[in-house]
Design a protein around this ligand. Structure first.
Ligand code: FAD
Length: 423
């Protein structure tokens, strides 16, 4: 074996759960080896949801929107006792998000939030979404929505899945004096990607030509809403610069995935990783081999150099179907890395309900790993599969993040709880 890496912790996955776990572990002096690709990070809006709704249960009922997430936790756990929030308390949730958002802020991505109430900010479709921590470049939308001054929302010809007119129309019942406009960006035309615009705005020349095409649309507007595209690094500085050039207040609205907010987080993490005791294998996989003298042996694949990792602890943060941690097969849902038992309906017939919009949701969204109090996945005998193997994030059973609006919340809070329970 050409290269053997010894570490305190091997993290399988570089989505929000894996990334947060690496930061938490590094802050606690642990050495880490980690592999994975972007997972659903590229899909995130940038909003960090803790709990936005308590949906109908299997028995029925209606979804209850959540304004105060901590007050609603007992009700959530009462309705869904298997939810992973049973493993974390309020103090642990706050600690996890403070630590992660402090890290992001130090990396130039300032996050705001973390109070008692959820923020309500526009989704890419212009509906209002309840969320807990938000990028500082998106937060001003809240102030805009509470005011009356003219606001113009702009999209770009060729940018798919983001319509300024649709967003303005959807927000209009809540806020008068909104209009949607489309601009044609300089360049060859055709399809436009938010990431390319963001990279263009990293340059002084790019911002100058962007301001030139936007200026004629401003008119009497005091506010300008843009698809999330204000650079990859230090977006607040780019926002300030554009505000100065255009003489308006600006806010970003998330776009359909893949979006710039996830790319920002990924790049900030990768840049900071060189200052941590972290061996990061990007776009590679870890294969679980065996346990050897109190150490777990894993193999890094996807590279021509053969490497093995010998770790005291392992964290499975491999995600669900999109991340690749779970896969649906003819006979059932399988956990892909170790082959752990997956809590799932007895029959495939029960994965989905007949009506797509059934208020009770689809059971497949709550499948995943069952763990003990220390977030150790259970084996077929109901005991922890391995003494120092933990799991975090969306691979855990019980959270239907789409309906509960708890995606980042589960990922970040269980990552800290798992890291803290490691020896
Ligand atoms: C379209 C969309 C929009 C969303 N919007 C929001 C939002 O606005 N707010 C919010 O809070 N949440 C949102 N979410 C949910 C949130 O993104 C997820 O809940 C969260 O990202 C889950 O993180 P995770 O780290 O558990 O899994 P993932 O992000 O899926 O990461 C799994 C990781 O495991 C890796 N992996 C799998 N197998 C292996 C292996 N063998 N070796 C190494 N690595 C492996 C993958 O490569 C990946 O890096 C959204 C999700 C989607 C899809």
């Amino acid at each position: 074996m050409a290269d053997t890496i010894h570490c305190d912790l091997a993290i399988i996955g570089t989505g929000i759960a894996g990334m947060a776990a690496a930061i938490f572990a590094a802050n606690r002096g642990m050495s880490v080896a980690q592999a994975g690709n972007t997972g659903s990070l590229a899909y995130t809006t940038g909003y960090f949801d803790l709990l936005g709704s308590i949906p109908a249960t299997d028995e029925g009922g209606k979804a209850t929107p959540v304004n105060e997430p901590f007050k609603a936790l007992p009700e959530l756990l009462n309705a869904f006792p298997q939810h992973p929030y049973r493993f974390v308390d309020e103090a642990g949730m706050r600690e996890a998000f403070t630590e992660l958002t402090d890290f992001l802020t130090r990396s130039g991505l300032r996050y705001e939030g973390g109070g008692e109430t959820n923020h309500r900010l526009p989704s890419p479709a212009g509906t209002l979404k309840r969320t807990w921590f938000v990028p500082a470049t998106m937060r001003p939308a809240e102030e805009m929505l509470a005011g009356t001054e003219e606001c113009v929302i702009v999209d770009f010809a060729g940018l798919k899945g983001f319509s300024a007119r649709q967003i303005a129309a959807n927000l209009s019942p809540k806020r008068a004096n909104l209009r949607g406009e489309t601009v044609r960006l300089p360049g060859p035309g055709g399809e436009v990607y938010a990431e390319n615009v963001a990279r263009m705005l990293e340059t002084e020349r790019g911002r100058e030509s962007f301001a030139k095409v936007l200026q004629p649309l401003i008119g009497d507007a005091s506010w300008l809403g843009l698809p999330a595209c204000l650079g990859i690094y230090r977006p607040e500085d780019i926002m300030d610069d554009m505000e100065r050039r255009l003489g308006v207040r600006i806010f970003e609205i998330p776009t359909m995935p893949p979006g710039v907010p996830g790319i920002r987080i990924k790049e900030a993490f990768e840049e900071a990783s060189s200052g941590m005791d972290l061996r990061l294998f990007r776009q590679q996989r870890l294969v679980w081999e065996d346990q050897h003298d109190e150490l777990y042996r894993l193999r890094v694949t996807g590279t021509s150099v053969e490497r093995q990792v010998l770790a005291k602890n392992v964290l499975l943060a491999s995600g669900r179907f999109l991340g690749g941690g779970l896969t649906g097969e003819r006979t059932g849902i399988r956990e892909t890395v170790i082959g752990l038992p997956v809590q799932q309906p007895d029959s495939r017939e029960d994965w989905h309900r007949f009506n797509y919009f059934d208020q009770r949701g689809h059971k497949v969204h709550r499948t995943g790993l069952v763990c003990d109090e220390s977030l150790r996945p259970l084996g077929n005998d109901g005991k922890p599969f391995a003494q120092h193997l933990h799991a975090a994030g969306s691979v855990l059973a019980g959270a239907d993040w789409m309906r509960m609006k708890c995606g980042a919340g589960v990922a970040v809070t269980t990552a800290l709880a798992a890291v803290k329970s490691m020896k």
